[in-house]
Write a protein that binds this ligand. Sequence first.
Ligand code: AMP
Length: 442
Amino acid sequence: MRALRISKLKFRTMNSFEGLNLSSPILQALKSKGYTEPTPVQQKAIPLILAGHDLFGSAQTGTGKTAAFALPLLQLMSTKKTSHRNVRTLVLAPTRELAIQISDSFHAYGKNLGLKHAVIYGGVSQHQQTMALKKGVDTIIATPGRLLDLMNQGFVKLNDVEFLVLDEADRMLDMGFIHDIKRIVSKVPHERQTLLFSATIPTAIKKLAHDLLRNPSSVDIKPEKSETKLVKQQIYLVEKNDKTGLLCKLIDDEPIAHALIFTRTRRGADKLVKALNQKGIRSQAIHGDKSQNQRQRVLADFKSKKVHMLVATDVASRGIDVKELSHVINYDMPEQSDTYTHRIGRTGRAGAEGIALSFCSREERGLLKDIQKYSSQNISVVKQIAEKNEAAFGSLSVDENSERTSYREQRNTPHTHQKGFKERNFQRFKSKKKFGPRSRVS
Ligand code: AMP
C-alpha cells in the first residue's frame, strides 16, 4: 500500500513542472504558454541541470529540448544573483532560425525574471546587436561566425560565462563551425557548466563532447514511436541508376504533390534537383552549402508550395517543420537506423497519416537490414521493381502480401495519363532495362 502511494506520488512528481522544482515566476510563464506537463527530455534534463551537472543530450528539435535547457538555466541565473551585468550564459546554435527560436523561448519562459538576452547572427547589420550588447545582457544566443566577429571587434566578453550550451552540435560541425567553436570556447572560463545537444552522435561529436564536458550526465530521447506509427512505410528495391526514373514515375502515378526527399550527399541533392527540374518537377535543394538566406527562401517556397519537391541532406533538414507533409522519400537509405525514424517522422505529424517511401539499392541492402532490425514496426512491405532483382534482395524480409510492381505488371497496365513530361518519363523509365540476368546478380 505504502509502495503504491509512493509510486503514485513519484509519477505525479515526474509529470509536473512543479515537481521539477521550478520557481513560481517560471511556472507562471509556462502556464501562460499553455504547457501542462514536461516532455520526456525536460523531465530528465531539468533536474540534472539544476543540480549543476554537465549534460550530453541526444535529442532532436521537436522534443522540447529548448525548454529543457532554457528553464533550468533561467532559474539558476535568477536565483544566483551577481553584481555585474556581464554575459553569464552563452548558447551557440548553427542557424539564424534556431537562434531566433531559442531567443523567443528565453523571452517567453523568462518574462517574469527581469533577465536580459541578445540574439546574434550573421547576414544582417550588426548595429542592433552591438547596441543590445552595450546595454548589458545575461545571455547571448548566437551563431558562431557572427559571434566571433563581434568578439574580435571587442563587443563581447565571455570571461564571466557560467553556462555554455551547444545546441544541434552535429549540425554546427556539419556546417564547418568547429574552428569557430573552439576559438569561442577558448575564451570561456574552464569553471563552467556545459550542455551539449546533438541529434546524432558521430565520432566528431563524441570527441567534442569529450573535450568540452566534464563528467557529464547523459539524456537520450528517441523520437516518439507514436509519430511513426501513423506513417505507411514502403520499401522499393531498385538499382541505383534507376532511382531517378522511379521517383519521377511515383510522383506521376501516386501522384505526389509535395515531398521531402532525402539524399546522402550535398552533391547528390543538387544532381537530383537538376534532374527533377529538367523533367518539369519544381524542386529545390537544402543543404549545408547553401547560405542561411538561401535556405530560408527555399523553405518558404516549399511551405507556400511554389516548390514541390524539397531535396535535403539529413543535417540541413532539421528544423524543417512543414505542416501537412504527405510524403517523405528516402532516395538514399540513411546510414544510421535512427536517422530513418527521424526522417519518416517528418510526415504523419499531429495525428495525420503520412507515407514514407524508401529506395534501396543493391549496395544499400545492409542498411535496410539494420533498419528492419532497429525498428519495432513492420517495415518489410517491399515493392520490387523487377523480377530479376529478386535474387539480389532475396535475403531480405519481403512481405508476401505486399504489392509488387514488376516490369511485366507495368507493361500490362494500360497507361491513361495525358501526354507531356509524365508520359515521356514513364516511357523512359520503362525502356530502361538495366536489370541484368540472374548470373549478374551478386
Ligand atoms: P523544441 O524541441 O525545443 O524546438 O520544442 C518543440 C515545440 O514544443 C516548441 O513549439 C515548444 O514551444 C513546444 N514545447 C516545449 N515544451 C513543451 C511542453 N512541455 N508542453 C507543450 N509544448 C511544449
